[in-house]
Design a protein around this ligand. Sequence first.
Ligand code: IPM
Ligand code: MN
Length: 357
Amino acid sequence: MKLNIAALPGDGIGPEIVKVALDATIAVCEKFSHELSYTYGICGATAIDRVGNPYPEETHELCMKSDAVLFGAVGDPKFDHDPSAKIRPEQGLLAMRKRLGLYANIRPVTTFESLLHKSPLRADLVKGADFMCIRELTGGMYFGRPQGRSEDGNTAYDTCVYSREEVERIITLAYEYAMKRRKKVTVVDKANVLATSRLWREIAKEIAPEYPEVETEYMFVDNAAMRLIQWPASFDVMVTENMFGDILTDEASVITGSMGLLPSASIGTYTSVFEPIHGSWPQAAGRNIANPLATVLSAAMMFDYAFGLEAEAGLLRKAVDASMDANIRTQDIQVEGEKPYSTSGLGNWIVDYIKRA
Ligand code: IPM
Ligand code: MN
C-alpha cells in the first residue's frame, strides 16, 4: 500500500517525539512492504517565528494532500505571558481543525497495569478502566460567533452554537464505535441549563433507537466529571461537545497515571490528524528526555484509522508494551532503581524491536 503522510512536529518536545514515531512508522512500513512518503511541515510558535502564521497556507496544502497527519504539539510560554499577543500558537491548531474539518477527536483511555501506582486514584478504582472519549472538535463555544468585547471593553461574550448536522454526525460516530466495543454510550451535556445541550439530547434520543443493542446513558457534565474519578470503569464510549470534551479528556488522561502514553485521533472530512494528548513541554525541549510513547501510539492509531492496517498498528502497540516490560522507559515512568532511557534511546530500541519482530 502507498502511504502519504505529513509530519508536523510543532513546538517544544514536538520534534523529538515525532522523530521517534516517524522512525517507528518507517520501520513498520519496511517490514510490511508499504511505500511510505512523508513531508515535514511547520505549525505553532515555530511557524509564527518563521512566517508569522501558526498554520501557514503551505502547511494546510500539505495536510490536504496527505492521507494522514502525524502531529507533535504546539505552544510556547512566551505567548502565554503576553496578553497583548495577537497571534498565538493555539490559533493554528484551531484553524487546522476547522479547515481540515476534523470534527471528531477520539481519545482512548486505557490503563497500563505497571503504571497503576502512578495514578492519583486508588489502583482498585482505575484497574480495568478502558473507555473512549469522543469530543466534538469544530463547533461549540470555540468557534461560535459573535465572540469578543463590548466597545468599552468591560463586557465580553462567547457564543455556543451547534447545528443538527454537527450533532448527528458525532452522536452517530459514537454509536458506531460503541457497536465495536462494549455497547454503551454516555451522552454528556448540560441539558438542564443550555439550549445547545437540549438539542444534543433530543438528537441523541432520536438516534439511540437505531442501535437497540447499545445501552444509552444521559449524564450532566458536572456529574460526569465526578463519575470519572469515582468509577472510571463504568464508561465505554463517552460523547460530548467541544469544551466539555476538552475539560473531561484532560481529567480522564490523568486518572490512568500515564498521561505520557495516551494517543489521540482527530478524524474528519479531508484528512485525519494523530497526536499525543499531552502538550509541548517547552522546559524539556531539546533535552532528549520526553516520553515518545504517546506519539508512537498515535502512529498506531494512524495505521488503524487512516489506513485500516491492523497488523501494522498491532506491531507498534506490541513494541510499546515490550519496551515497558523490558523497563526501557523514559524518566517519567521509569521504576525506581532502574536507569531512565532518553527519548532517542527508547526510539532506537523500538525500531530494533520492530525490525526483529
Ligand atoms: C487540546 C488543547 C487545545 C484545546 C488548545 C491548545 C487550544 O487544550 O487539544 O485539548 O483547547 O482544544
Ligand atoms: Mn485541552
